[in-house]
Ligand binder design. Structure first.
Ligand SMILES: [Zn+2]
Length: 123
């Protein structure tokens, strides 16, 4: 497969696969947590290969440090402080600090805009 830009349909399929993998990870976690961690790994492979950002829905469901699937009250805990969500991975002890959704959404849209502008100028 060629490097660089991927066809739209490929990206669509890749996104669907990421979603499927995370759904599986969620389903399997109670009985086979090691499978869930593997699904996260596969989803991450897809996202890097196709340059796709992790969907917001699943972004917080794995550890940024050890990349394991996180399930609240099973292997991670959530705490709110100073307008941020603290997510602690109990697999490796890594803490992720995430601003509240509203701020995040605004930030995200500006980020995406600047990214698109940058991309265009590179082409
Ligand atoms: Zn971790």
């Amino acid at each position: 497969m060629s490097r660089g830009r991927k066809a739209k349909w490929m990206i669509k399929i890749a996104k669907e696969r990421i979603d499927i993998l995370f759904n599986l990870a969620e389903k399997e976690f109670n009985e086979h947590p090691e499978r869930s961690h593997r699904y996260v790994k596969l989803a991450r492979n897809i996202s890097t290969k196709y340059n796709i950002k992790m969907p917001l829905k699943w972004k917080r469901r794995f550890c940024k440090n050890c990349h394991k699937f996180l399930k609240v009250s099973a292997n991670c805990y959530v705490r709110l402080s100073k307008g941020k969500v603290h997510l602690k991975c109990l697999e490796c002890g890594h803490v992720m600090r995430i601003p509240y959704l509203k701020e995040k959404k605004e930030k995200r849209s500006t980020k995406i805009e600047s990214y698109l502008v940058q991309k265009k100028s590179n082409e």
